[in-house]
Structure formats: structure tokens, C-alpha cells
Ligand binder design. Structure first.
Ligand SMILES: O=C(O)CCC(=O)C(=O)O
Length: 261
């Protein structure tokens, strides 16, 4: 990845920070009307009870941190059921910020809406890059805050600088959590965000999140991209491969009656 000579959206400092740290926060990219539209759409999606089913591989689940009850927490993908969310994935400000990082156009690779409802346990330490044969090494995630995120509701925490060194865990095509002793945990930066704020982080940036210990959701739209020269548009191919991979993982636990809707 290279920083473009003339920047379209990022300031010089933001571009430098991204290159050095593997993440950057952009405040108030979206105004209050746009943030309200996201909030309204996320509310409507929460009520898509026709889709929320343990057999539907669009849905992800987490245990409640105290009761251990299995709780719906994410739609992956989301733009195919929400043109509104799709509009944010195509937004010029987002695409220009990505162009500044890549020095070339970005292609949407993956999209998910994490609701993080009250009690959801959060995510262990990991890098998003997973060594599937076509997974792009230029993977960058754009996180759009729908709700404010802080330490209480399990803000995402990133670990700066590690993105320069590639995969920490074996590149064997499996998802791996990173043992905590492989990272200097004191370097962690929690992404404390307000609605309309955006954070970008690299596919090799280790990150994690704590449980949501409040009584409200902490919703974030995660849009992930690749540089055009790194495989071109490949979202459909990604989801075809991902669904096959997920079905295999579920089958290992005896869960064979899955579907995608
Ligand atoms: O939203 C969160 O709490 C963290 C999500 C995350 O780490 C991921 O989707 O890779």
C-alpha cells in the first residue's frame, strides 16, 4: 500500500498516521441527518425476524457475558438486504479516503452490521486477514459508528504498528485468535467514537473488543475493501467461498441444516 501523492479526503497527518499505526479515526464524516438515517435503518433491520434464525448463515451469534444465553449480534452480509447501508459503502468520502490509502480505487469486499446487544461478549484478539487462496492482503475495514462506542459498551480496541509485519498466526486458511503474550497489550487504543465518526484499520492490525456491559446496543457498520489491483471486484466470489467455509465449520459441530437467506 502506498500513500497517494495528492490526497482526496485524508489530511497529510491522517494519511501518515494510517501508514504508521495501521488505523486512523475520522471524526464526523457523516452529519447528524446521515447518522440518524443509519440509526433508523439499523433499527428496522433489528426487527427482520424473518431473517434472524440460527440456521441462517447470514446471522452471527454470541453468548451473553453473564447468562451465557446465545444472542443474535450481526448480519454478514448486510448491503443486499439494505440499500441504505449499501449507499454508505459507495459513499464518495469513504471511497476517497480509501483511495488515499491505496493510491488507487477500492472495491467493496465484505459488509456486516454488528449490533453488539447488551451483554454480548465481544471479540477475542485477532487479525482480519485469513489466508484463503483469494483473500486480499490489501484488506482494509471502514468502521462507521452508529452508536457512541466507549469502554463500557465494548469499543473495538486496535494495536498500532503490527500491521507492518503481516500475519502473526499461521497462514493455514483457519481463523486464529492471537495469544495475548504475542502483543504488547499496553499499546492498545480503544476506538471511542460518536455516531457519524469513522475508523479505518488494516487487515493485519490486531484488534479485539470487550463485552457490552450497558443496557443498550453498540451498533457499527463494518465495510471492508481491497485495492483494485489486488483481485478487482470480488465480493460475490468472497461470499460464495465464505459460505462454503462456514458450512464446513458448522458441519464439524454436527450442524448441517444451514441455509442462506
Ligand atoms: O465490533 C466489535 O466489537 C469487534 C468486531 C471485530 O473485531 C470484527 O468484526 O473483526
Amino acid at each position: 500500500m502506498s500513500i497517494a501523492g495528492s490526497l482526496r479526503y485524508l489530511s497529510e497527518d491522517q494519511a501518515k498516521q494510517y501508514a504508521a499505526d495501521g488505523f486512523v479515526i475520522l471524526r464526523q464524516v457523516f452529519d447528524s441527518a446521515e447518522a440518524a438515517a443509519l440509526d433508523c435503518e439499523a433499527n428496522a433491520l433489528w426487527w427482520r425476524k424473518d431473517l434472524i434464525d440460527v440456521k441462517n448463515i447470514r446471522c452471527r451469534w454470541q453468548n451473553h457475558v453473564e447468562t451465557e444465553e446465545c444472542t443474535f449480534e450481526c448480519f454478514d452480509p448486510v448491503i443486499d438486504i439494505s440499500p441504505t447501508m449499501g449507499g454508505f459503502a459507495d459513499d464518495r468520502r469513504i471511497l476517497d479516503a480509501l483511495h488515499d490509502i491505496y493510491g488507487e480505487p477500492a472495491c467493496l469486499f465484505k459488509d456486516k452490521l454488528i449490533f453488539k446487544p447488551p451483554g454480548a461478549v465481544g471479540y477475542g484478539l485477532h487479525q482480519d486477514y485469513i489466508a484463503w487462496k483469494t483473500f486480499p492482503r490489501t484488506f482494509v475495514t471502514v468502521l462507521i459508528a452508529i452508536d457512541a462506542a466507549d469502554a463500557d459498551n465494548g469499543a473495538t480496541e486496535v494495536f498500532p504498528g503490527y500491521h507492518k509485519h503481516g500475519s502473526i498466526m499461521p497462514e493455514d486458511g483457519m481463523y486464529h485468535e492471537i495469544p495475548l503474550d504475542k502483543i504488547d497489550l499496553a499499546r492498545g487504543v480503544q476506538l471511542h467514537l460518536e455516531p457519524g465518526d469513522v475508523a479505518l484499520f488494516d487487515g493485519f492490525t490486531p484488534h479485539r473488543s470487550a463485552p457490552n456491559r450497558t443496557d443498550k446496543y453498540r451498533r457499527q457498520l463494518y465495510l471492508s475493501y481491497n485495492a483494485h489491483s489486488d483481485g478487482g471486484p470480488q465480493r460475490d466470489a468472497h461470499y460464495a467461498y465464505f459460505h462454503e467455509w462456514l458450512r464446513e465449520r458448522y458441519a464439524e459441530y454436527g450442524k448441517t441444516e444451514t441455509y442462506f437467506r
